[in-house]
Structures are given as structure tokens and as C-alpha cells.
Design a binder for this molecule. Sequence first.
Ligand SMILES: [Zn+2]
Length: 452
Amino acid sequence: MINPWTVRHVVYPWVFPLLKRAPGRRIMRLVERWEEQSRWPPERHAEESLRRIQGLVRHAFENVPLYREKYRAAGVEPGDIRTWEDFSRLPRLTRDDLHGDREHILAGNVAARDRQFHHSSGSTGVPATFWIDRERASLIFANYHLNMRWIGSEVGERQAWLWPDQRGPRGRGTRLRRFQMRLLNRIFLISPTLDDEPMAYFHRRLTRFRPELLVSFPTRMAYFLRFCRRHGLSVPQIPRLLSTGETLHDHQRTDFAEAFGAEVYDRYGSIELGDIAHECTAHEGLHINSHRVNVETVPVEGLDGDQGMMVITDLDNLATPFIRYECGDIGQLWPEGTRHACPCGRTLPRLVRVLGRVRDAIESPSGRVYSRVVYSRVAREIPGIRLHQIIQRPPNTLVYRCQVDSEFPEDGRELIARVFAEKTDHEFQIEVEVVDHLEMTPSGKLKMLIRE
Ligand SMILES: [Zn+2]
């Protein structure tokens, strides 16, 4: 453990640039600049975003074959984007666009030394492939520190990750990397499985290391808690928990807060776009990192009007521009026109919540769509449900599969069936299964919805 002041003022700005070419001082200056911007009058955020979008659209049209084709087919010229309304009529980028030829999505004017080829994990389908500006790594670091600041956490504080694989959130888990992490007072606790052995090891490490922040997928945190409870171990007390990678349900939030004695925060991001939105200490929705991305929602048939699929524009990445990208997640934007300011003082636009993948929404035979919120409401109303997963079995059966603890009532199964049937307007035949193991994706996330 290195003194946090030393990490902040010596290691990060001076040692790190030598070790991994991360320009620590520049990154910290960016954090300061963005923090200042986050308190701009709201109109100024919108003006600045539109100005950058206009430049980005022009760049994409002039340099990226895919966009040139899309925009020409739609009869759009870059100069046509004068207002937000013009922008909202631009053709969107879809995941399918990212499955084709690498050259097709590459900006011809970005030199090879300035870009890197990437792909998404593919945990929920075919991996998307795309290019990222090398320069973007620094922006991603800066954005991470900024978001940490929003929850009161500074560089140098003890931070731990419970992570599924070698690819941590910021690169590979080599020995050099572990050393670098120790210099920043961070540890990565990695295991592809959720068995007792790694969990016991994590428990020992966390108890000894006493992190001030723990970052993980909510499913992983839930498994860890279950392990502690089953073996009568005291749960490490951690002031802050940051949930990422999966939807954080209200019942999990309550459970984690109680068990870890923690403030629980939610983060939303993706491999393609980096950090998109992050909660602050006020817990009033998630602030959008609007110095990096622009978030819109578009209606999805069958969903409530205030929810929609998020369509996101990355304001930074030139190598493969993401302009109006259909990211596949359902979100709810803070209602426009409300002048309610976040108690933290930041004026950035906000998401009320992220409701999970569009793909994880259940479509009924009559064509109605039920988002993931429906199944998380079931878990909220019945005590003792720890984790759950839905299996949709044609023609109209839904299986509610769950892990439960001792608080689960004796008539729990009947209760679930009744509540779930009510929430889905009795459109389905409901079956309930209580199990020990739920199906995970190869990247260690819980499969929310399985279609048979
Ligand atoms: Zn706030």
C-alpha cells in the first residue's frame, strides 16, 4: 500500500508516463477541465455537442465508405445538419454494420500508427469489430478518474476488481500490469468461474486489502455474498461498490448496501463506446459523459413511451466514427424540459435508468414487449430471490428460474407465478424453477433471457 498522496502526485503524473506511456499529467488536466465543464449551463452542453457532431458527420462522410454510402442513399449532405432535428433524421449505425469488411468502416485519413483494431466480447452474439483512435485510451483513463470523482473516490485510493477474465476493464492481466496496478493501490481478483475456491481466495484478499471501492458485475457480487453467507464468513465492509457490465436491479442494490455496508453506484458503458453514464453521490439517475458521448432514445414498439432504445454518438473516435449507434440497450432519459438540477451541482444530461438489452425484452404472442424491469419487479416483491433468469419457451411459456435464500417463503413459487402472470397481463403460461446454478455467458455475465 502506497500513500495515496504519493500515488496521486508522484506515481500517476511522473512514474506512469515512463512505465506505460500514459500521459498522467495530461490525463489529470483533462479531468479538471471536464469537471469544470460539467457545471456549464445545460444549453451550453447541447450547443457544444451539436458543434462537435457537425464536424464528425463531415469527417465520416468524407473519409468513411460506410457513411458515405449510407448518407448518399438517404440524400443527406454533411452541411444539412444544422439542428438537433436534422441530426435525428440521420441514418443510424447498426451492429450489423460492424460485422463486415474492416476497410469499409475505417476512416481513410487516420494513419495506421494512430489506430487500433478492436472487437466486442460477443457475449451476446457475434462480436462487433471496429477501429479506435490510439489517442482515445487517454480519454478513457481521464473519464474513469472523472467518474470516480463523482462518487468521491480519488486516484490512489485502494480499489479492487472482481473480474471474470484476464482482460480487465483496462487491458490484460500480465505480471507487469499487476505491478502497475499495485503502484496505483489496485488489485484485480480474477476468476472465470464462480466456484468456492476462487471465492474463498477473494474473501481472504479483500479482508486483508480492505479496498475503499469494489468494482464488479452485480451477478458476481451476488455470488460472492452467497458464498460468504453459506460459509458463515463475515462480509468485507467496503465503503463504495460500483456495479458495471450488467443491469443493477433495485433488490440487488439494497442487498449489497446492507451486506457490504456500502454506498452502491451504477455505471453504464460498453466496449465500443467506453464509459457512457455514471451515477453521482446524489443517486438521482446517471450523468451522461456528454463531453464524450451524445445519448438519444428512440421508441421501441410495445415499450412505455418514456423508455426507448439508446442511440449513441461517440464524439471522439475518428477511426470508426460511431454516429447514432444502435447500442441495443433500453434506457430512460431524464425528462427534457425539467429544470430539476442534480443536487451534486452538475448540469450534465441524465439517464433515469438503464433497463437492459433490447434483446432481453420479452415479446408476447400478441406483440407486446416487456422489458427486464418486469422481471426485476417480481424479484422485488417476493423476498429471498437472489438471482434470476427467464427462459422463453414457444409458443407462450415463460420459465422463471431463480436462486433463493432462507427468506424465500414456502409458497414462493406460487407467489412468483401469480405476480409474474399479473405483470405480463396473463399472456404467458408461467413456470417456476428454483435452482443452484444459472447459465452464464462466456465472458462471465448472467444470461438474462434464454430463448429456446
Ligand atoms: Zn449529480
